[in-house]
Structures are given as structure tokens and as C-alpha cells.
Design a protein around this ligand. Structure first.
Ligand SMILES: NC(=O)C1=CN([C@@H]2O[C@H](COP(=O)(O)OP(=O)(O)OC[C@H]3O[C@@H](n4cnc5c(N)ncnc54)[C@H](O)[C@@H]3O)[C@@H](O)[C@H]2O)C=CC1
Ligand SMILES: O=C([O-])CC(=O)C(=O)O
Length: 356
């Protein structure tokens, strides 16, 4: 049982809350309250979301607040972070929530974190490719990663901002430049491709999606998204028509949502779900759980390309093992060649953004 604080201590605490020092007065009341409630020593991991007020960021923050592995949740954005923080902080779950607004609070948001999740940046509108986002998102990712290199270089980074095929190489180059790069700790989030593949394959097979596991390799844009239907669990066979339909639907799942939202953005809710599924796997790995395996876009020797998405085993140091692709059929081998060709250009574009 917690010891009951004596009356003087309680009055002092209430007084500090009502009359905070000037620096705290200048912060929003949401930040002040979250700070008052900080528990410090609670078990669990410290997680920061960068871009927490956005379409993905908000449901992601809500779901991470519900995750029992999280003890501290930092919500950073360049707009509306105090509002989202005040809102999320009222949920009666364990994690202590703190908000951080604007570049001048980035370092405070990052310091001490175990896991950083980055959904910051602009989304697509109909007619755009993910690569069309490079112009704006490349600079955003660079700035945020410079902060990570300075304040929490040992944190695991889950990068969601598009184009993932280029933003992950950008992050790697920023970390290399700062002398902090650890390829085991940088993961591009491709989980939504797996989530979609499980859903669409389950629909075709008449199964519960929770019982289906589809490896999706390559990258996270169009033909670089390569579902390996020959390796679906439970083992299943498909007609050529089903294979063409499923491959096309999985590769264009993002565009399906962008078009349905008709200018109001891209996938946010399914992405938040996928991001939490992936972050939870990273945290279970950090905790030391055995056999945590998910697909992600990572530094890789599986092909001749420096980055590639495939199954990885997550552990106390981030990525413990990157798995090879396993046996591919002829259709998948052709798909792999197409994927590699496009990926090579996207990776190079990211690398040269920092080097040149
Ligand atoms: N990897 C994946 O599977 C997926 C990736 N995405 C990508 O995620 C990104 C975010 O998408 P949405 O949340 O829908 O966009 P959004 O526009 O709703 O939210 C983005 C948030 O980032 C914030 N932001 C902008 N610059 C920032 C900076 N310098 N520092 C911190 N925060 C900053 C904005 O203020 C905004 O709150 C997009 O690039 C999108 O393409 C989206 C879906 C799936
Ligand atoms: O399609 C987009 O622009 C967003 C995204 O990456 C996805 O939903 O897979």
C-alpha cells in the first residue's frame, strides 16, 4: 500500500500546483497537470510520438496510452499538442502523458525515451504518389532525427512518415553524420501492408484475419510492396486470378484509402492500429520476450540493396535478426525484380538528400 502523505506535504503539493513557478506558468495548463502527476519510477517504457496531433498521431497516442508496457508517453507536434495531451491524459490508464509544442520543446520531448514513433509530415491527396511527399517530409524527418541523435541516440525509432523508402535512408544518414547510427534501432513501419494483406487474404479464403499471416517484403510504395502469397499461413493455394487481385489490392491499399477520403488525407485509423501493433512488438522485444517477429523496412543484406523490408526478430537491442525471403515462386521473383528497381532509386534519393 502507498504511504499516506502527511497533511503539510499535501498542502505544499496543492499549493505548488495552484502557484507554479513562472516557467511553468508560461506552459499550457495541460502540460502543468501532466507534470504534476509524473510518477517517475513506474515500470514500463518511455515512448514519444512526433506528429502526435495529426490524423495518425491522435489515435496512435490514444492506443499507446492504453498499452500497459508504456509508463511515460510524450506527445510532440508543431501544432495542438497541448489540446491532444489534455484530452489523452484524462484516460484512466497507467501511462503518464506529457505534451511538447514546437521546435524549442523537441529536446525535452526526446530526452530519456526508449522508443520514438514518427508519423510527422504531410499525407497524400488523390493523384499524388508517396514520392511527391518527399519535398516536405524529407526536411521534417531530417530535423526530427537530428534531435534524436542529440537527445536519445539509443532509442528505437519507428518511422512512419512517407515516402518510407526514402525517409528511412534519410534517418540513417542523419544518424551516421552524428556518429550515432545503429542499424538495429531504425525501422521503417510497413506493418499496414501486412495488416491489409492479412485482411484481404482472409476475405478471399473465408478465414478470420487474426488467423492469417502474410509476409510482405520489399518496401512501402506501389510495386515495392511485395506480398509473398506462397508463404501465407495457414498454408493456402490461390488461383492466378486471386493472386493478381490480391497483389494489386495490397500494393494499392493506400491509394484506395486516399481516393475514398477524396482530399481529406490518407489512412490514419488503420495506420494507427498498425503502428501500435508494431510498437508493441518492439516493446515486447525490448522487454526480452522471445520470438517477436514482424516485417519492417530495415538495413538489410537480404538483397543487394542497403535497405529492404522483410521479417525481422525484435529483441533487447532492437533488430536481433533479419530473415531472408525464403523460397519465391516465379510470379514473386518477377515482382521482386520490379520492386528492387524502384527501391534502388528511392533509397538513393534519400541518401543523397543528406550527403549532397
Ligand atoms: N508508413 C505507412 O504505412 C503510412 C505512412 N503514412 C504517412 O504518415 C504521415 C502522417 O500522416 P497523417 O497523420 O495522416 O498526416 P497529418 O497531416 O494528419 O498529420 C501530420 C502531423 O505532423 C505534424 N508535423 C508537421 N511537421 C512537423 C514537425 N516538423 N515536427 C513534428 N510534427 C510535425 C503536423 O502538425 C500534423 O499534426 C504522412 O507522411 C503519411 O503519408 C500514412 C499512412 C501509412
Ligand atoms: O497511401 C498513403 O499515402 C499512405 C500510406 O502509406 C498507406 O496508406 O499505406
Amino acid at each position: 500500500m502507498q504511504p499516506i502523505p502527511d497533511v503539510n506535504q499535501r498542502i505544499a503539493r496543492i499549493s505548488a500546483h495552484l502557484h507554479p513557478p513562472k516557467s511553468q506558468m508560461e506552459e499550457s495548463s495541460a502540460l502543468r497537470r501532466a507534470n504534476c502527476r509524473a510518477k517517475g519510477g513506474a515500470p514500463g517504457f518511455k515512448v514519444a510520438i512526433l506528429g502526435a496531433a495529426g490524423g495518425i498521431g491522435q489515435p496512435l497516442a490514444m492506443l499507446m496510452k492504453m498499452n500497459p508496457l508504456v509508463s511515460v508517453l510524450h506527445l510532440y507536434d508543431v501544432v495542438n499538442a497541448p489540446g491532444v495531451t489534455a484530452d489523452i491524459s484524462h484516460m484512466d490508464t497507467g501511462a503518464v502523458v506529457r505534451g511538447f509544442l514546437g521546435q524549442q520543446q523537441l529536446e525535452a520531448a526526446l530526452t530519456g525515451m526508449d522508443l520514438i514513433i514518427i508519423p510527422a509530415g504531410v499525407p497524400r491527396k488523390p493523384g499524388m504518389t508517396r514520392d511527391d511527399l518527399f519535398k516536405i517530409n524529407a526536411g521534417i524527418v531530417r530535423t526530427l532525427c537530428e534531435g534524436i541523435a542529440k537527445c536519445c541516440p539509443r532509442a528505437i525509432v519507428n518511422l512512419i512518415s512517407n515516402p518510407v523508402n526514402s525517409t528511412v535512408p534519410i534517418a540513417a544518414e542523419v544518424f551516421k553524420k552524428a556518429g550515432t547510427y545503429d542499424p538495429k534501432r531504425l525501422l521503417g513501419v510497413t506493418m499496414l501492408d501486412v495488416v491489409r494483406a492479412n485482411t484481404f487474404v482472409a476475405e478471399v479464403l473465408g478465414l478470420d484475419p487474426r488467423d492469417v499471416d502474410v509476409p510482405v517484403v520489399g518496401g512501402h510504395a506501389g510495386v515495392t510492396i511485395l506480398p509473398l502469397l506462397s508463404q501465407v499461413k495457414p498454408p493456402s493455394s490461390f488461383t492466378q486470378e486471386e493472386i493478381s487481385y490480391l497483389t494489386d489490392r495490397i500494393q494499392n491499399g493506400g491509394t484506395e484509402v486516399v481516393e475514398a477520403k477524396a482530399g481529406a488525407g490518407s489512412a490514419t485509423l488503420s495506420m494507427a492500429y498498425a503502428a501500435v501493433k508494431f510498437a508493441d512488438a518492439c516493446l515486447r522485444g525490448l522487454r526480452g520476450d522471445a520470438g517477436v517477429i514482424e516485417c519492417a523496412f530495415v538495413s538489410s543484406q537480404v538483397t543487394e540493396l542497403p535497405f529492404f523490408a522483410s521479417k525481422v526478430r525484435l529483441g533487447r537491442n532492437g533488430i536481433e535478426e533479419v530473415y531472408s525471403l525464403g523460397p519465391l515462386n516465379e510470379y514473386e521473383r518477377i515482382g521482386l525484380e520490379k520492386a528492387k528497381k524502384e527501391l534502388a532509386g528511392s533509397i538513393e534519393k534519400g541518401v543523397s538528400f543528406i550527403r549532397s
